[in-house]
Design a protein around this ligand. Structure first.
Ligand code: HEM
Length: 519
């Protein structure tokens, strides 16, 4: 007996045994799709079907596009991320079922979160009743009325932005993403945190430093993210903090200081910080009895039960910043890139913008932007060709029979909506690589399935900041195009190469363009 035990302790045998256990652990799930009659591709040990993405050989956009095209005639297919099966939808009717019709089965994204992180309790991460309560509470802060009152803050930032654009219009190549990011950092800083950051003027602004820590993930955070999807239990057990502690401390301090200042002052700025503080102190917004309207009794109670304390305000302001600054600045940059490649579209856009401003006594106001129809089409086409979020995720909360099939997804299954694949499918968008704003005339939109266009997601879990995001993206584009021409230069990359590391769709080497003032 002792002999067998000693033999087992032999380092070679022990290593062999452990390798065997690990091998069976990693392949144990690999028959899941075959057993369920779902089309799939043979996965690779340790990486599943995500090898090129996990090893940074491909961008998320290219990876999703390839997967989407593996099964051209199917409504759905299965893949493995490391060892976890994931169900991917191709049929827009199924997207509608998951996001809207059967939302009660898919209310959460299923991205593991470590709640030890003080900023983790934000809307994007929360689940179940906590999410529903907070979403109902926050929705009125994004109403068109509230955003209209904030518009003057966007105009202030746009004026600073135009000075910087004028300064950069020397005819030499300019990296426009850097400029656009300074603008969106200023806008979100001003509207969400209530402070004038002045990233546009101040190269060393702390907000800019924190923003770059957020958008450029280090090798360490990338590895943690891999662990999060491949071994969520271990990830939670280790209590890993994906957000850098320095970033957490910074945002928490900014918010506590702001709350203290605002509570002493009687001046209203009408920004998100004012609204969040009002929610903290009064439970709902003045003149708004709608935050619990349309909810059943249980959900209305959940909304009332949500108490916004200082930590929670910091977490919401943080997610508005994290979800809003880079998505909008890259959208502005992609749009400028396309305008430089398509001078006739740029000309038509400028006319639309100048006419809109002229109609409103030469002023850029909220209403004039709503009337710029061609601008809206250009922005929609930009978000189609370059959706900032290339995919969306949902988790099945209880066994779900996929409509029109005999397939039953078990509780816990991740379902992915491949936004980038749908936006580049020639069956929905002929010549998908061409930039054609006319795809978004009312008439053309009516000819398409609405669930083939998903830049802001869909259903009750869609982007709460959509209205604000569109507004700041449009103000950013207007600031450029109104008085300046953008052109390609020797440093412009055509076609764009997507970054292999970034979670948000962006170009690998930046967006280099030439800016010149209009005569
Ligand atoms: C062009 C800019 C933007 C794009 C393309 C975008 C896109 C998205 C997408 C695709 C989602 C996930 C939707 C889903 O799962 O169905 C999302 C969620 C979210 N976005 Fe945005 N976003 C943008 C800007 C903003 C801004 C400016 C804010 C805040 C000020 C914001 C706040 C949020 C929040 C809080 C969520 C989570 C909502 C929830 O889970 O209830 N986003 N966004």
């Amino acid at each position: 007996m002792m002999d067998i035990f000693n033999q087992f302790l032999d380092p070679f045998l022990l290593t062999g045994f452990l390798i065997g256990v690990l091998y069976f652990y990693f392949i144990a799930t690999f028959d899941f799709w075959a057993n369920n009659g779902v089309p799939y591709r043979k996965p690779t040990l340790l990486l599943g079907n995500f090898g090129p993405l996990l090893l940074f050989k491909k961008s998320q956009q290219d990876g999703i596009y390839d997967m989407y095209n593996w099964f051209k005639n199917e409504r759905y297919f299965g893949v493995y991320r490391v060892r976890s099966p994931i169900f991917i939808l191709r049929d827009p009717d199924l997207v509608k079922s998951v996001c809207v019709k059967d939302f009660s089965c898919f209310p959460n994204r299923g991205i593991p979160v470590n709640t030890q992180d003080p900023l983790s309790g934000h809307l994007f991460n929360l689940e179940g009743k906590k999410w529903k309560g907070l979403r109902s509470k926050l929705t009125p802060t994004f109403s068109s009325g509230k955003i209209k009152r904030m518009f003057y803050l966007l105009v202030e930032c746009s004026e600073e932005f135009q000075k910087l654009i004028r300064h950069s219009a020397t005819g030499a190549p300019v990296e426009v993403r850097e400029l656009a990011a300074k603008f969106t950092i200023d806008v979100i800083g001003s509207c969400a945190f209530g402070i004038q950051i002045n990233a546009l003027a101040n190269e060393d602004s702390e907000f800019r430093i924190m923003a770059s820590k957020l958008s450029k993930p280090s090798y360490k955070t990338t590895l943690w993210r891999m662990l999060r999807t491949s071994m969520p239990r271990l990830y939670k057990l280790l209590g890993v903090q994906v957000i850098h502690p320095e970033v957490t401390t910074f945002f928490k301090n900014v918010v506590s200081q702001m709350i203290r200042e605002r509570e002493k002052s009687t001046i209203k700025r009408h920004d998100f910080m004012d609204l969040l503080i009002e929610l903290k102190n009064k439970g709902s917004l003045e003149g708004d009895n709608g935050s619990t309207q349309g909810l059943n009794e249980e959900d209305a109670q959940a909304a009332k039960d949500i108490v916004l304390d200082e930590n929670s305000i910091a977490a919401q302001a943080f997610v508005f910043f994290a979800a809003g600054y880079e998505t909008s600045s890259t959208s502005i940059s992609f749009c400028l890139h396309e305008l430089a490649l398509n001078p006739q579209i740029q000309e038509k856009l400028r006319e639309d913008i100048l006419q809109g401003i002229e109609k409103h006594d030469g002023k850029l106001n909220y209403d004039s932007i709503q009337e710029m129809k061609y601008l809206d089409m250009v922005v929609q086409e930009t978000l189609r060709k370059y959706p900032p979020a290339p995919l969306m995720s949902r988790r099945c909360e209880y066994p779900y029979q996929v409509p029109g099939t005999k397939i039953e997804l078990p509780a816990g299954m991740r379902v992915v909506i491949p936004t980038y694949g749908l936006h580049h499918d020639p069956d929905h968008y002929p010549n998908p690589e061409q930039f054609i704003p006319e795809r978004f005339t009312d008439e053309n939109k009516r000819t398409r399935h609405p669930y083939t266009y998903l830049p802001f997601g869909e259903g009750p879990r869609n982007c709460i900041g959509m209205r604000f995001a569109l507004l700041q993206t449009k103000v950013g584009i207007i600031s450029f195009v109104k008085n300046h021409r953008v052109e390609v230069c020797e440093k412009t990359t055509v076609p764009i190469k997507f970054s292999k590391r970034s979670l948000v769709t962006t170009s690998e080497g930046g967006f280099w363009l030439k800016i010149s003032p209009l005569e």
